[in-house]
Design a binder for this molecule. Structure first.
Ligand SMILES: [Cu+2]
Length: 200
C-alpha cells in the first residue's frame, strides 16, 4: 500500500491546524500563565516518573492468588507459619492473616531501620491495612496475597488499622506491632519453614 499521498495529506492538515491555532488571539498574560501551569504539570509528572523508575516507589500491586477458604491448609499461611521469619540472607518476611475482626498473629516484634516484607491474606471479606508513619497501606482482597515492603523509621509501638469497612466490628479491627531497635532484635528461632516464593 502506498503511504505517500496519505502522509502528504496529514502533513497538510497539521500545517493548516497549526496556522489556525496561531491565528487565535491569546492574551500574552494568559499565555504566560498557561505555560506556567503546563510546566507545573510536567514537573509533577517528572517527579512521579523519577520516583517510580529510579527509586522504585510504586503503588502496592501483587497479582498472586490463593484460596482464602483453605488458608489453614496452605503451606505458606498455615497457623505455625505465620509471623516473622528470616531467610538465609537475613531478609525479613512477615506473614499475617486478616479476618473479621483482627489481624493474626495478634502481636509481632520487628526491627527498626530494616526493610520488612509483609505478606497479607484475608480469610473472609475485603480488608485493608494501614500503618501510620510508614508506606504500609494496602487492600487485602480475598483470594489474593497482598505484599508490601516497608521500613519502620524508629522503635516504638505502631498501630495496625483496618481501613476498609468489613462489617459491624470494623472499628475494633486494629492491633499493633512492636518495633525494637535494630541491635536489640533477634530473629525468631523457627526460621527455616518453607513457603512463599523467596524460600522456594
Ligand atoms: Cu475493617
Amino acid at each position: 500500500m502506498e503511504t505517500g499521498p496519505i502522509k502528504q495529506k496529514l502533513e497538510q492538515q497539521w500545517q493548516d491546524l497549526s496556522l489556525q491555532l496561531r491565528a487565535i488571539p491569546i492574551n500574552p498574560l494568559e499565555r504566560k500563565w498557561a505555560t506556567i501551569a503546563l510546566l507545573i504539570a510536567a514537573l509533577f509528572i517528572g517527579i512521579i516518573m523519577i520516583d517510580a523508575l529510579v527509586h522504585g516507589i510504586n503503588a502496592p500491586s501483587n497479582v498472586e492468588t490463593i484460596d482464602s477458604a483453605r488458608l489453614h491448609l496452605s503451606e505458606e499461611f498455615a497457623e505455625d507459619n505465620l509471623g516473622v521469619q528470616t531467610d538465609g540472607s537475613g531478609l525479613i518476611t512477615v506473614r499475617m492473616v486478616a479476618g473479621r475482626y483482627s489481624f493474626f498473629p495478634k502481636h509481632i516484634d520487628v526491627p527498626a531501620e530494616t526493610p520488612v516484607t509483609f505478606r497479607w491474606v484475608s480469610l473472609d471479606v475485603l480488608h485493608g491495612v494501614h500503618i501510620p508513619m510508614t508506606n504500609m497501606s494496602t487492600m487485602i482482597v480475598p483470594g489474593y496475597v497482598a505484599q508490601v515492603t516497608t521500613t519502620f523509621p524508629k522503635p516504638g509501638d505502631y498501630p495496625v488499622l483496618c481501613n476498609e469497612y468489613c462489617g459491624l466490628g470494623h472499628n475494633h479491627m486494629w492491633s499493633n506491632i512492636s518495633v525494637i531497635a535494630k541491635e536489640d532484635w533477634a530473629a525468631p528461632v523457627k526460621s527455616a519453614i518453607a513457603g512463599g516464593p523467596e524460600n522456594e
